[in-house]
Structures are given as C-alpha cells and as structure tokens.
Design a protein around this ligand. Structure first.
Ligand SMILES: Nc1nc2c(c(=O)[nH]1)N[C@H]1C(S)=C(S)[C@@H](COP(=O)(O)OP(=O)(O)OC[C@H]3O[C@@H](n4cnc5c(=O)[nH]c(N)nc54)[C@H](O)[C@@H]3O)O[C@H]1N2
Ligand SMILES: Nc1nc2c(c(=O)[nH]1)N[C@H]1C(S)=C(S)[C@@H](COP(=O)(O)OP(=O)(O)OC[C@H]3O[C@@H](n4cnc5c(=O)[nH]c(N)nc54)[C@H](O)[C@@H]3O)O[C@H]1N2
Ligand code: SF4
Ligand SMILES: [Mo]
Length: 755
C-alpha cells in the first residue's frame, strides 16, 4: 500500500451502505474523506451513486470508532485491555465452554454487512477450531424463505434468481422500493429509463405511493399484508385469459396441471377485493405483464417481512415462470457467484437443537434463536461470537435479545463501534474499517455479466484496531489449530509463484489434514506474505477463484481470461488484485441459466407441495389488519434517504435528509389531532416509544411507517431528540412466517396516542 495520508489523488473503492456496492473514488485530507464521487471505471456501477455515498466519512471517522479491545467488568462497565490479553482470554473463554458443554453450544452470528464479507470467510477457521455447528445472520430474517422456494423450483437453494431490470420490458416490484433501497446496479437511472420509454412498463405492488411507484405504469396499492390474494388473483387471470406460455412450459416445466388445479380455489373478484384493489386494475396490470415481450419480478422486504412471506415468494416467481420469462433476456435468470451467501441443497432437513426450528441455507431463523438460549434445556447455546452485525438492535424484540446476551456464559463482538450488542458482550474486539483493509462482498448477483470488486485499503488501520483476518489467525494459533511448522513449506512455495503454490497447497493439505478447517487463515498466513506487505488478506480469494475456475471455466473465459485449470484461476486472481475498480468475472449467454438448474431433468418444478395447503386456506382467510386494541399496521423499518441499516451512527449524517419520523396519512393524523412534527406514542404488544410524525399521503389510511436503522447510540448527543426510534423495541418474536421463521416487521399492529 502506498502512503496515502497526504496524497491529492482519487482512490478507488466502493460504497458500503447497500448491496449495490457502487464503485466510488475518494479524496483524502489526512484521514478525512473530503470528496466522494462515482467511479466511472467500475464495470458494474459505471459512475453511478446515490446521495448516501457522499457522506461516507461519517462511517469512517468519528468518536464511535473503537481503538482498543474492551473487557466487561463486574459492575457492567468496560475496561481497555491489550490485544495479547484479549486474544488469550477470548480463546480461553470459548475453549472453556467447548470443553464443558461442547463446541456446538457456541453459535456464530453475522459475518458481514452490506460492504464486508471477507470477515465471515476468515471466521470459518475459528468456528471449525471450536467445533461450532450453528450460525445465522440477517439473511435469516429476510431472504431464507425465498432461498428455500428457489430450492423447490430449481433444485437447490443456490439457484438464486436475478432480475434483468436493465433489459426487461416489464419491471415488477413487489414490496420493493428500489429508488431508495436499490437492489440492482444503477437503480434510479434504470427506473427512469424504463419510465421514459413508452415500450417498457413498470408495475409496483406496494401499499405506499413510493418514489418508485410514482414512476410506474401500474401501481397496485395492495392492502398491507394482503399480497397473497393479489398474487393468486394475478396468476388466475394469466391462466383464464390465456396469457401463459403453454408450449414453453411443456418443454421446460413440470406439474402445470397441478398448478392449474390449485388455482381453481381463486375467485378473482373476491381475491382482488381482499387485497384492497379493484378487479379492473389488477386485470389491467396482469395483462401488461402477460403481454410484455419480457418481464422480471423483484421481491423484497414488503413481502419477505409480512404475512405469507414464503408462499408469496413462490407466487411471485410463478408470475415469471408461467409467462416463460426464465432463462431469457429481460426475465429472471440464474447467475454465477463468487463465494456463497448461504449453503445449497434443497434445504430444510436440519433443525435447531432446542426449538426444532428449520435451518434454511445453513442459517438458523433469527426469530427462533432466543428460544435456543433462554431455556434450561441441556442443549441450549452457552456462548456466541458476533461479527459485523448488531443483533440486539436489528432483530425482532430488542429487550429479549438483551436477555439473551446477559444469559449466555460468554459473548464476544467484533465491530468498529461500541454497538448496542457490544454493550451486552463480555469482550469487544475493535476492527479496522472497510477503508483500512482489503474488502469485498459476495453480492455477486448479476447476469448475463457478473462483477467482483476486491477493494484496496485507502488508509492504515486506525491505531488499536486489527483486520478480522488477523484476529482469526491469532485466535486459531492460540487455540492450537496450527503452528509455524505447518506453514513452512507453503510459505516457501508461495515465494516461487502461484503455480508452485497451487501444487504444494493440495499436497500439504493432504499430509496435514488438520489444516483443512482453517484454509482461509492458512492462505492468509502462507500465500499472503508473498503477495506483498499489506496485501495478505487478498490470499483468501485465491481459494475461491480456483473453486470457481473448476465449476464455471467457460463463463470466466467469456469474460476475457485465458488459461486452463489453475492457470485460468490464477489469471482471474491476478486481475482482481490489480484492478482497483473491480472486474467482470463471468459473462454468459441467457441459455446458461438452464445449465445452472439443479433439478434432475433441468426442468422447473412449478408446485411447492409444502405450501399448497396454505394457498388453499386463503379462500377462507381474511387478510389480517388492525384490530380494536391496535388499529394501525406499522411498517417498522422503511428504507429512506437517511437510512443505511445500522451502519451510520452519527445523527449528523441525516442532517440534509432528516426523515426520521413516523409517516402517517393526513386523515389518520387529523383524527388523532396530530400536526406535522408533533409527538406521538407508538404502542405495540411488545413495547412503546415516542416519535415525531411526518404527515404524508403516500401512506394508505391505517398504515404507518418508521425508518430502519435509527435509535443508535452516539457519544454526546441527546437520545431524546437526535437519535430517532429503534424499531425493534416494538417488534415481537412470535410474529413470523410459519415456514421460514422470518419476522413480520412490515406488519406490526400498533396503537397511536398523541403525546
Ligand atoms: N437507503 C437504504 N437502502 C437500503 C438499506 C437501507 O438501510 N437504507 N438497506 C438494504 C437492505 S439490508 C435491504 S434488505 C433492502 C430492502 O429494501 P426494500 O425491501 O425495498 O426496503 P423497505 O423500505 O424496507 O420495504 C420496501 C417496501 O415494502 C412496502 N411494504 C410494506 N408493507 C407491505 C406489504 O404488505 N406488501 C407490499 N407489497 N409491500 C409492503 C413498503 O411500503 C416499502 O416501500 O434495502 C437495502 N438498501
Ligand atoms: N424492524 C426492522 N428490523 C430490521 C429491518 C427492518 O426492515 N425492520 N431490516 C433488517 C435487515 S433487511 C437487515 S439486512 C439487518 C441488518 O442488520 P445487521 O445484521 O445488524 O447489519 P448492519 O446493520 O449492516 O450492521 C453492520 C454492523 O457492522 C459494523 N461494521 C461496519 N464495518 C465493519 C467492519 O469492517 N468490520 C466489523 N467487524 N464490523 C463492521 C457496523 O458498525 C454495524 O454494527 O437489519 C434488519 N433489521
Ligand atoms: S448507498 Fe447503495 S446505491 Fe447508494 S451509493 Fe452506496 S452502494 Fe450505491
Ligand atoms: Mo437486508
């Protein structure tokens, strides 16, 4: 790394505030980010950013940054300890739990946020060293239901669909507001392109008149929580009005008959009414979708965190599948991936040890975890390692999560800040920020071209912090996973180049099988030093690239890399390390989707048997709304210009975009006697809190929303006025999808009282 502290030039990196990870260039003054702009050389974002990236200095610099390992004392305060002490005591603490109760009583939570997924990779070595078997992260409170549905339709949960919004003629957003939340590259530009092209259409399914809905041809303002009836009615209309692709389905899918039989339970007028919509508007939108040359659907939290969420993921995908919009330009497709976000298989066979909750994609459902701790069951969890995540703040029922941490025998948090979770832990280990180490994400979700950005550091680690890779290497040594003897030969081979290293790697791992569980840190410790001082972390990518070169060689070659076997992997690895704005790592024809299918006959399975009864039951069910005690439906955690998960703690960050209030329709505000900006008490069955109101007719009457990622503690600010509301003080664990266990954060019953 060059000494950048005083250099006047632009440094290429990425924004870490959402999964789009737009390439940015940053100008520094000392350690301060003085200017941030989009990086035109980034092949994925092409210079695009939203307004949030410009304020990244609030993440990098500020009094929230930790600069020493912290140990909790008997009176609940924290004291600083040196790194050697911290590593020794953390390793000993976990080893004690392992020896007394078994390593499977220690669980892992997190592993990366919107910008940093390499820590999760390195942690796998520590987890294996301790015999940890259970883990989870934020995906298991949003996406696991959808992953499981993919597994049923396409044969494996790793068959993750991507939406070709850049080429589609009909973009459909279900419970998704890409104007603010993105979810595909250059989102706002793409939305405007679709809106301005008379040949291309946009359908938005959302109770709120969102910024995206304002651009749509059809805005289906569904009743909150009633998407299942709407999606069922749309599917029935596609069949009734002969808008399904029968010939295509005969060739590519199984069980169309069963699906048509199931749809006989749908009475279109009744189901539209239950969804709060007229039959005419639903039929018109459905015809637009059915007649479009291509259509792509993107779902997100509006259905993933609301009633019937797993089933809705199935119904939503069927819209594309029955119309033949799979494996084609402008449709949905199966993409390549650098590294995995979750494990594959059809899923659902494993269960948690106490509550017997389904483990999907290798992840325990977040809402079920407290059951695994707050019990006297002999198999209960006794310890946790949390990394890059703030579960006490970001998961349902914060009070219960605080109980979880106080009950565990041992807990450790790795973070850049003293988070709400860190404040409950026995030890806190301070990480170097994402601009102080090499980083990357595995949000490699694009198709036909897919991108990977290995970001280089702009700054030396803040004094007192370490990159996670170094923490895990030290923990593994302390736990006796390996010693210098184990590494000598690989280190020597690395000095002779990648080919020699590759040859030695498989041989040494064969001779020393105890190293197999620690591959990421072994790469870091052996290949790392040969790659150059400060570049050790990049070694972990070599293993992943070689794996990809075995499974997707053609796709890598089409992206412009040459060589066979390991040489192909090495070519891509070199390019990643030397291209500061990121690379295109695979390039595919649309038909490649069919090769990625995991069903035995490579055909789509249209019917998900486990969800059939739930669908039939809709005929006799009414959508749940408010009731006498809690008349409102609260969406607890909306994405706005001023939100970035739980990453931005400094309230100053929101100064130019101060939308922190409870959004409420004017008629509801009037009946409660509330003026804009006044205070309202929000009560749910779990708790209560006070917020200011923001009167907005973008809401439906009876529906109110709070932003996500607020209520984060920050030094020297007034928690009453500056921090906003912490949404999960209001949410309950039992409000969850029956199948995937994902929470209903968008559907919390609430009562409002003027303060
Ligand atoms: N600015 C910003 N962007 C972000 C993030 C952030 O914190 N801030 N976080 C990132 C992350 S981790 C994620 S997962 C994504 C999430 O991205 P989104 O899912 O787009 O975000 P939300 O605003 O939580 O919810 C989307 C929409 O669901 C609607 N909705 C509420 N109830 C219902 C319902 O019953 N049915 C339907 N159909 N819609 C409903 C809401 O009105 C809202 O417009 O955003 C990412 N991008
Ligand atoms: N009520 C409600 N709750 C929600 C949501 C909602 O809509 N409503 N949305 C949910 C969703 S979709 C998600 S994805 C989750 C996200 O919630 P979390 O899983 O908690 O993840 P993040 O908010 O991304 O927090 C990332 C953490 O990583 C830390 N961090 C940043 N950089 C580094 C680094 O380099 N190293 C380390 N070790 N740590 C770092 C930050 O300080 C922060 O504490 O929130 C969920 N919670
Ligand atoms: S917040 Fe998301 S869309 Fe905005 S600049 Fe950052 S990565 Fe890009
Ligand atoms: Mo998320």
């Amino acid at each position: 790394m060059t000494d950048t502290a005083t250099s006047p030039e632009w440094h290429q990196t990425a924004c870490v505030l959402c999964s789009a990870n737009c390439g940015v260039e940053i100008k520094l003054d000392g350690r301060k980010f003085v200017r941030v702009r989009g990086d035109k050389a980034n092949p994925q974002s092409q210079g695009y950013t939203c307004e949030k990236a410009l304020r990244l200095d609030h993440y990098q610099n500020g009094p929230h940054r930790l600069t020493s390992p912290m140990r909790r004392t008997a009176d609940g305060s924290y004291e600083e300890v040196d790194w050697d002490t911290a590593i020794r005591e953390v390793a000993a603490g976990f080893a004690r739990v392992r020896d007394e109760h078994g390593g499977d009583k220690i669980f892992y939570y997190g592993g990366g946020g919107q910008g940093n997924h390499l820590p999760g990779g390195f942690s796998s070595a520590t987890r294996k060293a301790l015999g940890m078997k259970y883990s989870s992260n934020a995906l298991a409170q949003e996406k696991t239901g959808e992953f499981w549905v993919d597994g049923q339709l396409f044969g494996a949960m790793s068959c993750h669909t991507t939406h070709d919004m850049h080429h589609t003629d009909c973009a459909v957003f279900v419970g998704k507001n890409p104007w603010h939340s993105h979810g595909f590259p250059r989102a706002r530009t793409t939305l405007k392109e679709i809106a301005n092209d008379p040949e291309r259409k946009m359908i938005v399914i959302d109770p709120r008149l969102t910024e995206t809905a304002e651009l749509a041809d059809h805005h289906l303002r569904v009743r909150p929580g009633a998407d299942a009836w709407l999606l069922g009615a749309m599917l029935k209309i596609l069949v009734e009005d002969e808008l399904i692709e029968r010939e295509w389905l005969a060739e590519h899918a199984n069980r169309l008959d069963d699906l048509e039989e199931l749809l006989t339970v749908v009475d279109v007028p009744t189901w539209c009414a239950k969804a709060g919509l007229t039959e005419d508007e639903v039929r018109a939108a459905t015809h637009t979708l059915g007649r479009a040359r291509s259509a792509a659907v993107l779902e997100d939290l509006g259905i993933q965190m609301a009633p019937h969420s797993t089933m809705n993921s199935w119904l939503e995908k069927l819209l594309c599948l029955v119309t033949g919009n799979f494996g084609v330009k402008g449709g949905i497709n199966l993409h390549s991936r650098m590294g995995k976000l979750s494990s594959g298989g059809r899923g659902g066979d494993r269960r948690t040890p106490v509550g017997n909750h389904r483990i999907l994609g290798g992840l325990m459902p977040c809402n079920g975890i407290p059951d695994e701790v707050l019990t006297d069951h002999p198999d209960r969890f006794r310890a946790v390692l949390v990394e890059s995540s703030n579960p006490v703040h970001s998961l349902a029922d914060s009070p219960r999560w605080r109980d979880v941490f106080r009950t565990l025998e041992f807990s450790v948090v790795i973070d850049v800040a003293m988070t709400e979770t860190a404040l409950e832990a026995d030890y806190v280990l301070p990480a170097s920020s994402q601009y102080e180490k090499w980083e990357a994400t595995f949000f490699t979700l694009e198709f036909p071209d897919n991108y990977f950005h290995l970001r280089r550091p702009l700054l030396e680690p803040l004094d007192g912090t370490l990159p996670e890779a170094e923490m895990h290497a030290r923990l593994c040594r302390e736990l006796g996973v390996y010693n210098d003897d184990d590494l000598v030969e690989l280190r020597a081979a690395a000095e002779r180049g990648l080919d020699a290293y590759g040859e030695a790697f498989f041989r040494v791992l064969g001779e020393r099988p105890h190293l197999n569980g620690a591959i990421p840190v072994v790469l870091y410790e052996t290949l790392g030093p040969a790659l150059g001082e400060g570049e050790e972390i990049t070694a972990v990518m070599w293993g992943l690239v070689q794996t990809l070169a075995m499974s997707d060689a053609d796709s890598i070659k089409r992206a412009g890399y040459e060589g066979e076997g390991m040489a192909l992997g090495n070519a891509l690895f070199d390019a990643m390390r030397t291209t500061p704005s990121g690379v295109t790592f695979t390039s595919d024809p649309y038909e490649k989707t069919w090769d990625r299918m995991e069903t035995p006959d490579h055909k789509i399975n249209l019917v998900v048997d486990e969800l059939v009864d739930e669908f039939r039951g809709l005929a006799d069910e009414d959508p749940s709304g408010g009731d006498d005690l809690f008349p409102f439906v609260l969406s607890a955690g909306e994405r706005r210009s001023s939100t970035a998960n739980n990453v931005m703690r400094d309230p100053e960050w929101r100064r130019k975009h101060p939308t922190t209030g409870l959004r409420i329709h004017s008629t509801d505000a009037a009946s409660l006697g509330l003026d804009d900006g006044e205070k309202v008490r929000i009560c749910t069955k779990r708790g209560e809190t006070v917020s200011n109101v923001e009167i907005s007719d973008s809401m439906l009457p009876g529906h109110v929303s709070l932003p996500n990622g607020q209520g984060l503690a920050y030094p020297d600010v007034d928690p009453e006025t500056d921090l906003g509301v912490s949404p999960n003080e209001l949410t309950s664990l039992e409000d969850q999808d029956w199948f995937a266990g994902t929470p209903w954060h968008k559907h919390v019953r609430a009562r409002l009282e003027k303060v």
